[in-house]
Design a protein around this ligand. Structure first.
Ligand code: B12
Length: 447
């Protein structure tokens, strides 16, 4: 049931906050709260005044492409993780700095929106909600984002937010906000298709090393471990030339040299999307380092795509080759087979990438998976000269593989999202232990 809060008649002031990260490890692999920044852009376009506080925005070390280490503070492990023999940290700005930002706000907000990332990062979301509610008493607070959607009931029960928003969609968010505080701002022009959205409000940052971009929403594939289809229904692509306009906007108006693509399906049907987009980038002479930290689809990699990746300026290439075991490939979504993988590496090398520049994600710790299977995959990838990168499986509620994960895990995955944390290897068993994982990682390091 939506409560309506009464406010004054000047344009409402909305405070949007990206919480810290609480985890055993975190690296700023071009992590920005893209969804929250889209919401900021839309609200601002409709006349709301928006303030952004990004608790991540405090780095201890930045690398040449704008990625880097977060400032971290060691904190107590939450009770369910007590037995894990690793340090647990809060990544991002110190708490005093947050309170200072609050006290420096010129005006009390009329509404507060908080986003959430990984499901197992919820402790810092709860903490932020508590601190924020203490500071701004009686200001309504909405929680949205990935945790709020995937673990909706958990968030409703325990987060302390007044409203927990389930799902995606800038128009839906706008409707909710308008219902809460000002109906008039929504009534004019409610068209918000993906091609009509304002750009995410990166300009709210005082300093920018990079931006993230998404050229699509959703994914046409249904990999058994992935929650993309729960977060976004269907698959929509932006007009490729409008994406080029956005890239040009960031590179010329904001002198951005690094852009990370957050898409799940960047390379899907490349002739209608990626190819015209990269040709546009090259034609307009845009000079920028592009990064694809989220896996690219191998099946779509042909000679032309590989060449455009290279000529267009992609510096970070990550391919999603979850497994070389063809049975498991089919079980987890049938996205790619071994021949397609070998062909993709050949094209990328021919285009100009060295083997070490081609990172290949290999999933480890799938329910019931044996260490031998991962070793085989590592060897298969190494043989092509590409660089294998292990990614530990994170079990996600409502995905097909979650039921199997629950059965095979020693942790209570159903009731405790902290156990979705890939770092604890949630589906470890005798056939694949934490020490097996460490051994594999060491062998990758040795080359
Ligand atoms: C880009 C991405 C990454 C990037 C950046 C991650 C980041 N933290 O920003 C990289 C490559 C680093 C990454 C890494 C990982 N990722 Co990732 N990632 C994604 C991806 C593909 C896209 C996120 C995105 O940009 N969405 C686009 C924006 C526009 O949408 P949005 O943020 O959801 O915002 C909308 C709504 O949520 C809502 N909303 C958002 N905030 C708010 C706030 C309010 C107030 C309201 C009302 C609404 C609202 O409105 C927004 C606009 O419509 C998602 C999958 C997906 N499709 O979402 C996976 C996903 C989040 N990742 C996932 C996983 C598993 C991982 C890894 C653990 C993989 C691994 N095994 O190593 C690592 C963890 C790394 C880490 N420690 O950060 C899982 C989630 C796991 C979990 N348990 O929560 C997802 C869902 C993919 C999956 N497998 O299903 N990831």
């Amino acid at each position: 049931m939506v409560r309506v809060f009464h406010v004054k008649h000047t344009p409402p002031h909305i405070l949007l906050i990206n919480p810290w990260i609480t985890d055993f490890a975190a690296y700023n692999f071009w992590i920005k709260p893209l969804g929250l920044l889209y919401i900021a852009g839309v609200l601002r376009e409709r006349g709301f005044r928006v303030t952004l506080i990004d608790c991540h925005n405090f780095y201890s070390k930045t690398q040449k492409f704008g990625d880097g280490n977060f400032f971290k503070t060691k904190i107590e492990k939450p009770l369910p993780l007590k037995s894990i023999p690793r340090n647990y940290c809060q990544y991002g700005i110190p708490e005093e700095m947050l309170l200072k930002r609050f006290s420096l706000l010129e005006e009390k907000p009329d509404l507060i929106g908080i986003t959430s990332g990984m499901t197992y990062w919820y402790p810092c979301v709860f903490k932020l909600i508590e601190i924020t509610k203490n500071f701004f008493k009686d200001v309504p607070l909405i929680l949205g984002g990935i945790y709020a959607t995937i673990c909706h009931e958990h968030a409703q029960k325990y987060s302390g937010a007044d409203i927990v928003f389930n799902g995606r969609g800038e128009l839906e968010v706008l409707k909710l906000v308008s219902d809460l505080i000002n109906k008039e701002l929504i009534t004019q022009n409610s068209k918000l298709s993906i091609d009509h959205l304002p750009y995410p409000a990166f300009d709210l940052y005082p300093h920018l090393d990079y931006v993230c971009i998404t050229t699509t929403r959703g994914c046409p594939f249904r990999c058994a471990y992935c929650a993309s289809h729960i977060l976004s229904k269907g698959f929509v692509r932006r007009d490729p030339l409008k994406v080029v306009d956005e890239i040009e906007h960031w590179t010329t108006q904001f002198h951005i040299n690094n852009i990370a693509f957050n898409d799940d399906g960047l390379l899907v049907e490349p002739s209608n999307h990626f190819i015209p987009m990269m040709k546009g980038v090259i034609r307009r002479g845009i000079q920028c380092n592009f990064h694809a930290p989220n896996a690219l689809h191998i099946r779509e990699m042909d000679e032309e795509v590989a060449e455009l990746l290279f000529r267009g300026g992609f510096r970070t290439i990550r391919l999603g080759f979850e497994t070389s075991n063809e049975e498991v490939q089919i079980e987890t979504g049938g996205k790619v087979n071994n021949q397609e993988f070998q062909r993709a590496i050949k094209y990328l090398k021919r285009a100009g990438y060295s083997g070490q520049e081609i990172g290949v994600y290999i999933m480890a710790g799938l329910p019931g998976q044996r260490v031998g299977e991962v070793e085989e995959r590592l060897a298969f990838v190494k043989e092509t000269g590409a660089k294998p990168i292990l990614v530990e499986y994170s079990p996600i509620p409502h995905t097909p593989l979650f039921e199997k994960a629950k059965k095979s895990s020693q942790f209570d995955l159903e009731n405790e999202p902290l156990y979705h944390n890939n770092s604890i290897l949630p589906c470890q068993w005798d056939g694949f232990t934490l020490s097996d994982l460490r051994r594999l990682k060491e062998s990758i390091k040795r080359g």
